[in-house]
Design a protein around this ligand. Structure first.
Ligand code: BTN
Length: 235
């Protein structure tokens, strides 16, 4: 089972998690009530005031080639938890977000440390009882959607329980099963998408996700385009 480490304030739970992994700790969850240097993908800032959920799962893994599946599992675990506790229709957005009513409620930053032993750090931020977000993000929180306050520690426990029950598919290399569950909760599939990647911007219909967790777009000219990394927007 997972061991939990609680902090009032951290720069970033991912950074603390990195420190713990350096000491050989694994199957732990690092939690902070707030962060002073919360990090998002592509070196963005993750505003981390009181009322949000900030945690990082630390796992020692032999093989980190399939690490993207751990991000998928985490987003499914968050979506399932939100559905359970609030009845909201939470959905997963490729590659690492959870949306409620088309707005971002959760972001995930997965980092890997490779060496003699490999570690995966899955940083999860969920907007719970907080209401203020940067203007340029189309964000929401549980309190904004339901007008209710939530017990963040209880939510953490449920997310970890859900994560654990999906993690068994990862451990047994049952990646197909993960993709199938992800599809059930997907906000992305079958929508018209604009993908901003390092190599350019592509617009098309999201028709699938391949065995390496890449998003497959059917472009307007009928060709299929594999999106490996980037941000996607519905158009
Ligand atoms: C994103 O959407 O860009 C990912 C955001 C990830 C934020 C979480 S909050 C807990 C953990 N610690 C961090 O510094 N970042 C992640």
């Amino acid at each position: 089972m997972f061991k939990f480490y609680y902090f009032k304030t951290l720069a970033s739970t991912n950074d603390k998690a990195k420190e713990f992994s350096g000491k050989g700790l694994s199957k732990i969850v690092v939690i902070a009530e707030k962060q002073t240097k919360g990090k998002g993908r592509f070196k963005r800032k993750w505003v981390s005031s009181l009322g949000g959920l900030y945690m990082t799962i630390v796992l020692k893994e032999k093989d980190i080639e399939k690490v993207k599946y751990l991000t998928l599992i985490s987003s499914i675990a968050v979506a399932k938890t939100i559905i359970k506790i609030s009845n909201l229709k939470a959905k997963v957005k490729w590659p690492n977000d959870v949306l409620v009513n088309d707005k971002k409620i959760c972001g995930i930053l997965t980092e890997t440390i490779s060496g003699k032993e490999n570690y995966v750090l899955i940083g999860i931020g969920v907007n719970i009882n907080n209401k203020k977000f940067p203007k340029n993000i189309n964000a929401t929180s549980l309190i904004m959607e339901t007008n209710k306050n939530y017990d963040i520690n209880k939510i953490i426990k449920i997310i970890i329980k859900e994560f654990n029950s999906l993690y068994k598919y990862y451990k047994t290399n049952n990646y197909k099963k993960i993709i199938n569950i992800w599809k059930k909760y997907s906000h992305t599939l079958r929508r018209k998408i604009r993908a901003k990647t390092l190599s350019g911007v592509y617009t098309g219909k999201a028709v699938g996700i391949d065995k390496d967790c890449n998003l497959i777009l059917k472009l307007n000219n009928g060709k299929l385009k594999k999106i490996v990394e980037g941000d996607i927007f519905t158009v």
